[in-house]
Design a protein around this ligand. Structure first.
Ligand SMILES: Nc1ncnc2c1ncn2[C@@H]1O[C@H](COP(=O)(O)OP(=O)(O)OP(=O)(O)O)[C@@H](O)[C@H]1O
Length: 680
């Protein structure tokens, strides 16, 4: 390193030390506030609220010695601020604001408006940036830097050595944040307005998950109070994936974002049975929404007899014609079902009240109204003409009563589809029903008809290509007044109902106008593997742009084996001296044999979502989505393809988990698409 470079780095290190000391002081100050918070708050409720806020502040100010406090610097030369003013001076950009005792900024949060230029400025549009400096680091220490003098036409783009080093870094443990190296096209998505819904179609490893997580952090920074009340939610495909991404937001100082699977979000009953796939397909079809709607609303009836009710002093009467009109009028207002029932009850009481007023000249009080609302004749009328329902009772009836299902599904489902829906041996009562995971979407749809969901402000949905129409509707019900970020790759759709076009998903999600933005630069998969994966694309029958890889390093080996287990062990031995994680991915039927071979060879592989120090993880192909390993060993691809109807898509997912080295081991003939790809 040249001497002037070394000297400059020393200055930066000193700034880092000063920033760390200042952060420490900020935290001590917050801790002191926390200690006296209870005393200064006037009442227990404010003490509690203040205590929670201060405790959060203390936690947010934690310093992680393994990461540097800043990773970039901007020298500004009259940059126009969003407000129109010009900014000059020097700003270090990091994971959070750090200020000195006088409140002067030592580090600017990466989400602050000024920091945008760090990600977006270019020679063509310098945004007032004279020099952009990026730092290389090891642990929390600065090791190098790289300057781009934009004013002098100097710009590295994806050739930045520091970016390359970052993406070539061996992967260990859970996912990391990418805040130091967010690319301009990713930054556009991260910083999109809160009210804008977007759909990101991105090839494997293009940073969709990373973009989603950073977008959550960005939105929370900009709209902290609003979002604290109404929430940001991240939806992922399974627990293994959620645990893989769980460290990213805390590393960015965001500790309170809810991350869930869709089942976790909508599950209102335990899942204790499984459906055959043809049944699941019908249950996830959007036509079920119409069937449920019809089944529910067809329960409204005409009043056959009058309500005759006594309040102890007098008897009142409402004629059937009036009651039927009341039901019809309320229905026309399109309320949620249970709200409608209560409206009818209130209107009946209103009619009784008017009769009482006419007779006595006085209005009966609230206790009288409540009593009349619960009077037996009123309840009997409601139960006959607008019966109370629960999600479970509605779905139970449809799945157990052929006549009820036929009535509700006529002209919507075929006879075969109805047969697929009906339980072969229905439980005797709703309470003893054994629900499947596909039933959860039906129950949620039913619940949405009965009562409106409260809307979240923003939902980020990862691996969204696998959402069924009914699952999309479940999300839509929770974002009626909010926005969504949809992240996915049509080529990776493995569910039987996987989307083949984003237009339909967006329609079911209630955001038909969201724009679909492609991401095509891959940061994970090496060139050789991307080339192989791209050649599978025609066989996947989806229209997506192929990926380009930023990683030229990396290897691909496809090897015929006699003994798969022995080959896996040999391959593991070959990777022993290399840094980074290893994922052995196979169809379910091979897992026991692979695990036994590993045990015999003295390897103790990690289980998914249990953090261990083991470098090797053995996992089924069905859980590989969204994950990555430096070295991936794929066992018997033909069995992965054969295991499910969209097995080739599954294979595409599995092949694209590799960061550095992909080894495919097979005894059977390779799937045809892969053979063509290797020849091509
Ligand atoms: N700008 C970036 N700088 C450095 N690393 C990045 C960048 N963008 C993405 N990465 C890294 O690339 C890898 C893939 O990112 P990510 O998992 O977000 O991709 P994805 O599009 O969600 O992939 P998949 O479709 O396979 O789920 C991760 O290790 C991520 O940290």
């Amino acid at each position: 390193m040249p001497a002037d470079h070394t000297a400059a780095l020393d200055v930066e290190r000193a700034h880092m030390a000063a920033s760390r000391a200042a952060l420490h002081a900020m935290r001590e100050h917050a801790e002191a506030m926390y200690a006296i918070g209870a005393k200064i708050a006037g009442d227990p409720f404010s003490a509690e609220t203040l205590g929670v806020a201060l405790a959060r502040r203390v936690a947010e100010l934690a310093d992680d010695p393994r990461t540097p406090l800043f990773f970039g610097r901007l020298d500004l030369d009259g940059a126009p601020e969003p407000g129109g003013e010009s900014l000059t001076g020097r700003y270090h950009i990091g994971r959070r604001h750090v200020t000195d005792q006088l409140g002067e900024p030592l580090v600017l949060d990466w989400r602050a408006p000024v920091s945008r230029a760090f990600y977006q400025a270019s020679v063509r549009d310098p945004q007032g940036v004279r020099t952009r400096r990026r730092f290389g680091f090891a642990g929390g220490d600065l090791t190098s830097f790289e300057d781009e003098r934009l004013g002098q036409g100097e710009e590295f783009g994806t050739a930045s050595r520091i970016l390359i080093e970052e993406i070539e870094r061996p992967r260990v443990g859970p996912m990391r944040d990418i805040v130091a190296t967010i690319q301009p096209e990713q930054d556009e998505l991260v910083r999109a307005d809160l009210d804008t819904s977007i759909c990101v179609q991105g090839a494997p490893g293009t940073g969709k998950t990373a973009v989603g997580l950073h977008r959550a952090a960005y939105l929370l920074y900009l709209h902290r109070e609003r979002l604290r009340r109404t929430g940001v939610l991240i939806l992922g495909p399974n627990q293994a994936f959620l645990s893989y991404i769980s460290a990213v937001l805390p590393a960015l100082g965001e500790l309170e974002v809810r991350q869930s699977t869709l089942e976790g979000l909508i599950g209102r009953v335990p899942v204790s049975s499984a459906d055959p796939v043809e049944t699941e397909i019908v249950k996830h079809d959007s036509r079920m929404a119409t069937v449920l709607h019809r089944a529910l609303w067809s329960r409204l009836g005409r009043a056959e007899s009058p309500i005759q009710v006594s309040d102890g002093a007098y008897r009142w009467r409402i004629d059937p014609g009036v009651l039927t009109r009341l039901v019809d009028d309320t229905r026309r207002e399109k309320p949620a079902y249970l709200l409608g029932r209560e409206r009818v009850r209130a209107r009946v009481v209103g009619l009784l009240q008017r009769q009482a007023e006419t007779r006595s000249g006085e209005s009966p009080g609230e206790p009288w109204q409540r009593r009349m609302g619960k009077a037996k004749p009123v309840v009997e009328f409601l139960d006959a003409c607008w019966p109370a329902m629960t999600p479970q009772s509605l779905v139970f009836e449809l799945l157990s009563d052929p006549a009820a299902l036929t009535r509700a599904a006529e002209g919507i489902l075929t006879e075969a589809e109805c047969r697929a829906l009906l339980w072969p041996k229905p439980s005797r009562t709703v309470r003893s029903a054994r629900w499947s995971s596909a039933d959860l979407v039906l129950l949620d749809e039913a619940a949405g008809l009965l009562e409106r969901e409260t809307s979240l402000h923003h939902v980020i949905i990862d691996e969204a290509q696998d959402l069924s129409p009914m699952q999309c509707r479940a999300v839509a019900r929770r974002t009626t007044h909010g926005s969504i970020t949809l992240l996915g790759d049509l080529a990776q759709g493995t569910a039987p109902w996987a989307a083949t076009d984003w237009v339909d998903s967006l329609r079911h999600l209630g955001k038909p106008d969201a724009s679909v933005v492609p991401l095509t630069t891959g940061f994970r998969v090496p060139e050789a593997v991307v080339a192989l994966a791209n050649q599978l694309l025609p066989a996947l029958a989806v229209n997506v742009p192929p990926a380009v890889s930023l990683r030229s390093e990396g290897s691909l080996v496809i090897r015929q084996a006699d003994d798969l287990a022995a080959e896996v062990i040999a391959e593991l031995d070959a990777t022993r001296s290399l840094p980074g994680s290893v994922g052995v991915i196979a169809a379910h039927r091979h897992l026991d044999a692979v695990r036994a071979a590993l045990a015999a060879a003295g390897e103790e592989p990690a289980e998914l979502d249990t953090p261990t120090s083991s470098r090797v993880t053995v996992l089924p192909a069905t859980l590989a989505k969204g994950l990555e390993y430096d070295h991936v060993i794929v066992v018997e691809p033909a069995d992965i393809v054969d295991a499910e109807p969209r097995g080739l898509h599954r294979l595409y997912v599995v092949l694209t988990r590799a960061v550095t080295r992909l080894t495919v081991l097979h005894t059977r003939t390779l799937p045809e698409a892969l053979t063509l790809a290797t020849q091509g």
